[in-house]
Design a protein around this ligand. Structure first.
Ligand SMILES: [Zn+2]
Ligand SMILES: [Zn+2]
Length: 395
């Protein structure tokens, strides 16, 4: 397997150099305009504006107004570089999606500009709402990934790693409905939705010892009542259940729902539970991830591959990765130990160090894409691995 060859790799690096100022400015502009999941109007318009220079752009694909698909070339294989661009409440781009967006679009543009003679289609898919809204799951179900042969993206972090596992998860919105009454004069006529909520959280704590160590159950109460002198008639919590695989998540979700039902029975209230979109475990494509790792090392980026261990975060790339070959490598853009989803990360992802790393990753992703398009043997190896390997799980 020879890949695309050094000359094409050099042309890609040259295109990324030409795009560097544009991509850095774009990453900073998105950073300065943080938008929450599925509300990323500004980011989607900036990204499609840039991609339109070389690609045919469809906006609002899959029924999501801030999703898009940009494509150039003909027929198969179809490569998709994925962009995420949603921010978080309170910490803005504390997950660094501004870098994912600019790097993903940069990789697609550089590959297309450097090697338009390669067979197949290069596309860039804008996947909104990674933070909780499961944008990629919606796009998958709507057929936006139909015909895509491989999906490539990266995520900023405190370490560069080609492969990492992710937990599956599901969100549960739990609402208790009781009866309001004067909290002193006629409390006996009331039924407290807050008492039910407290029982629910205590009940989940009693479950913790009896679930796999890598499982997580956590939530917040978003509505706890109206006034201290009124028996609360309505309470609401947003809750999440995580485990190594979706099967275990579904089992845990049922047990958590049973606790909510028992809390309602115990307090004379009723409960309604709505299940959110489930995020699946991740099946990294090691063939493609190793291509990217090789192109990072070639640019003197140190690449590590620590043993997979313990519980960790989740992403809707997991659902994509179970359907087609996909990668989600991590790129060091900040000091080791800097927490994600933090103000510290939000600050780090706007620094020159992060921007330089992003450009090297965009180069590596585009070079790996060129290898896949230029060398059918490599694409066959990636497909064969997809057909036989299961999701990555910790020891
Ligand atoms: Zn995140
Ligand atoms: Zn993220």
């Amino acid at each position: 397997m020879t890949g695309a060859g050094a000359e094409i790799h050099e042309r890609i690096a040259a295109e990324i150099s030409k795009l560097a100022d544009t991509l850095i400015e774009l990453s900073l502009d998105l950073h300065a305009h943080p938008e929450l999941a599925l509300k990323e109007k500004y980011a989607a318009s900036r990204l499609t504006g840039l991609l339109r220079e070389d690609f045919l752009v469809e906006e609002g694909v899959g029924g999501l107004p801030t999703a898009f698909r940009a494509s150039a070339g003909v027929g198969s294989p179809v490569l998709a570089f994925l962009c995420e661009y949603d921010a978080l409440p309170g910490v803005g781009h504390g997950c660094g999606h501004n870098l994912i967006a600019a790097g993903g679009a940069g990789a697609a543009l550089a590959l297309r500009r450097a090697a338009p003679e390669l067979p197949g289609t290069v596309s860039c898919i804008g996947t909104p709402g990674e933070e909780g809204a499961g944008g990629k799951v919606v796009l998958l179900e709507a057929g936006v990934f139909d015909g895509v042969d491989a999906a490539l993206m990266f995520h900023p972090g405190d370490m560069t790693m080609p492969i990492r596992h992710a937990t599956a998860n599901r969100r549960l919105d739990v609402e208790f409905h009781g009866v309001a009454a004067h909290a002193a004069a006629s409390a006996h006529d009331g039924r407290s939705a807050l008492a039910a909520m407290i029982q629910f959280f205590v009940g989940v704590d009693a479950l913790r010892q009896f679930v796999p160590e890598t499982s997580r159950m956590h939530g917040i109460i978003t509505h706890g009542g109206e006034a201290p002198n009124v028996v609360p008639a309505y309470t609401r919590a947003e809750f999440m259940v995580r485990a190594l695989t979706s099967d275990v998540v579904d089992d845990l979700a049922e047990r958590v729902e049973a606790i909510a039902g028992a809390a309602a029975t115990a307090t004379g209230t009723t409960v309604t539970i709505s299940r959110g979109i489930g995020y699946a475990e991740r099946k990294n494509n090691h063939v493609i991830a190793e291509l990217v790792a090789g192109h990072l090392r070639r640019q003197d980026v140190p690449v590590e591959q620590p043993v997979l261990r313990g519980g960790t975060g989740s992403s809707d790339i997991g659902n994509v990765s179970l359907v087609l070959p996909a990668i989600h490598p991590y790129l060091q853009v900040m000091d080791r130990g800097t927490p994600s989803h933090s103000l510290a990360m939000a600050e780090a992802v706007a620094q020159p160090r992060a921007q330089e790393a992003m450009l090297r990753m965009a180069t590596a992703l585009a070079c790996a894409g060129a290898d896949l398009l230029a060398d059918p043997e490599i694409f066959d190896a990636a497909r064969a691995e997809f057909a036989t390997r299961g999701p990555d799980l910790p020891e």
